[in-house]
Design a protein around this ligand. Structure first.
Ligand SMILES: [Zn+2]
Ligand SMILES: [Zn+2]
Ligand SMILES: [Zn+2]
Length: 576
């Protein structure tokens, strides 16, 4: 749907790019280059969304938003989105928190801008349908009977905001990883399967689940059913800790749609392993401390073990019904011949004279014991007979054996399974490895060489524009180009030892050196989130590779620590 959008941004490059990007998607875009222009435009026109750079000349973005919102009172106003280098700082600021509907961090990600703008416009539409105009969102929760909601937390609720096939405007806002949400409050009984909605939306999986029904058990983070309004310290702790750790999640993980990656993020935020508990309700006899069916949790966790992001710890061994895959097996002693569990234990006697051994019942003649083989009476224990042991005798078929067999009956399909046929299944708890925790905090860049594919969404805006024009020249006139993507093997280590600042300084110096030694002015060097890029117009990727090796070695020489630069080379073929 075409939207009316105001872009208030003083950098000509950025506003041109934003205008191009949003216009291409069918929206109508107005530009303001300072705060006063922005305020005037907001007063004059009716927009769906306004993007306000935080640092605008004459009047900053926050002032514009504050004044405009105050003037508007209860009137419906556009969604206001801040663009800033310091997203968390702005949201920590009470003014920023109240006056902006969303914050976009710099450097801007081309896809995120489009998505956020369109989602915000959609949220505005939904709010208009959902709520009476007096109610503002986000922040003010709907009137509700749960005492937990009066504690000042900002909860999404089940089923108010999240249902199996539906998310409210607030839930969509939270799925943009808005840090103003504290958790998901379960107000009505819900199955773990229904909560799948949380995983299908982005970012919601990282919110703690507070269960007011007390029925969700282990799958929730806090069982709030017995919590009194006075005794909320534990709740505060869980929410506070989850909030802090959620802020550390890398954007790759925060916005991941891959269930396994979401699970990594979830475990990182909860700061707990994926742990099983016995659960007779489950076919698996265990359930895990996440809102996922056990089979799904195990499947994902096993795949993450293969990737080195989780490691197993043994919990218990079960046996599986080969017919229906259930672990709910009834274990019993039974007859080897007919599987009847109706066994009686009998002493058996040994007659010394004829060496016959048999169950006592065969010897019993009223009060006397008579050998069934030789017909002599047994009179003296230890002298003419003894009791070497006992036997199990089947009441159903009469079969006697020294040991009973062990068999299973499946409680789910009713089938019978011999113990030696039922395959064992080991159940584990799963713990984040160092690499798993690193992935949660640093995203795909940590895996470095593991992800070779260049992801368009990772590229800085400026580079996307330059790439577009390079690709056009290639298509029109076969002018080749080379894109080099640099990442730093030792980033994490240096940041841990000397601080992230030191790493950033050395990286800047390295890039500066590289820039100086590049031969052509046509070469473009752009710094991204965790990668740097060099776009070389007119050069063949294959030929560039060797030269670039030398350039990197030279640029690295004067650095005070080894940041471990590694690079990948892409050419027109990679962008086909
Ligand atoms: Zn005998
Ligand atoms: Zn039997
Ligand atoms: Zn079965």
């Amino acid at each position: 749907m075409a939207r009316r959008i105001l872009v208030a941004e003083d950098s000509p490059t950025t506003h041109e790019i934003l205008k191009m990007l949003l216009s291409q998607r069918g929206h109508h875009v107005d530009i303001a280059t300072d705060g006063e222009q922005a305020l005037a435009a907001l007063r004059q026109n009716s927009y769906d969304v306004a993007l306000l750079d935080f640092h605008l000349p004459r009047m900053d973005g926050l002032q514009v938003a504050t004044i405009f919102r105050r003037e508007a009172g209860d009137r419906k106003i556009p969604k206001l989105i801040a663009i800033t280098l310091d997203a968390e700082g702005l949201l920590a600021h009470p003014e920023g928190c109240h006056n902006f509907d969303h914050v976009l961090p710099k450097p801007l990600d081309i896809y995120e801008v489009a998505r956020v703008v369109e989602d915000q416009a959609e949220i505005a539409d939904m709010e208009a349908r959902e709520a009476p105009p007096a109610e503002k969102s986000p922040g003010s929760a709907a009137v509700s009977r749960s005492p937990l909601e009066s504690l000042g937390h900002n909860f999404l609720t089940w089923p108010g905001d999240i249902q199996a096939g539906h998310l409210s405007a607030r839930a969509i806002q939270a799925s943009l990883a808005d840090p103003r949400f504290d958790g998901i409050l379960i107000k009505e009984p819900v199955s773990v399967e229904d909560l799948g909605a949380i995983w299908r939306a982005k970012a919601l999986f990282s919110l703690p689940i507070v269960d007011a029904t007390g029925l969700l058990g282990h799958a929730s983070d806090v069982d709030a059913s017995k919590l009194t309004a006075r005794d909320t310290t534990y709740l505060e702790q869980v929410l506070g800790k989850a909030h802090d750790r959620r802020m550390k999640l890398d954007r790759d993980v925060r916005f991941s749609e891959d269930l396994g990656e979401q699970l990594i993020g979830r475990l990182f935020v909860a700061d707990q392993p994926l742990a099983p508990t016995y659960d007779p309700q489950s076919k698996w006899l265990v359930s895990y401390n996440v809102a996922l069916a056990t089979a799904v949790a195990v499947r994902e966790a096993e795949a993450l073990c293969e990737r080195g992001l989780l490691r197993r710890e043994f919990f218990d061994r079960f046996h599986v019904c080969p017919q229906c895959d259930s672990l709910r097996l009834h274990v019993r002693e039974e007859c080897r011949q007919c599987h009847s569990p109706q066994l009686e234990e009998e002493q058996y006697l040994h007659h010394f004279r004829c060496a016959y051994q048999g169950p006592e019942r065969e010897f019993r003649r009223g009060d006397r014991l008579v050998c069934p083989k030789c017909r002599y009476e047994l009179t003296h224990f230890g002298f003419d007979y003894d009791r070497p042991g006992s036997m199990v005798v089947c009441d159903a078929c009469g079969h006697a054996a020294s040991e009973p067999a062990v068999g299973f009956v499946c409680l789910d399909c009713g089938g019978h399974v011999d113990s030696d046929i039922a395959p064992p299944r080991d159940i584990y708890s799963y713990h984040l490895t160092d690499q798993g925790a690193g992935f949660a905090e640093h995203g795909h860049s940590l895996l470095g060489t593991a992800s070779h594919a260049l992801r368009f969404a990772d590229l800085p805006l400026e580079l996307v524009v330059a790439l577009n024009s390079a690709a056009k020249k290639y298509n029109d006139a076969q002018v080749p180009f080379t894109l080099i993507s640099l990442h730093y093997r030792n980033e994490k280590e240096i940041a841990a030892q000397h601080g992230a600042r030191t790493f950033a300084k050395v990286r800047d110096l390295f890039i500066e050196n590289l820039r100086t030694s590049l031969s052509s002015d046509a070469d473009l060097v752009v710094s991204g989130h965790s990668r740097d890029f060099v776009l070389m117009a007119g050069s063949e990727p294959e030929e560039t590779k060797a030269d670039f090796d030398l350039l990197v070695a030279a640029a690295e020489k004067t650095l005070r620590c080894d940041i471990g630069p590694e690079f990948q080379v892409f050419g027109p073929g990679d962008f086909a």
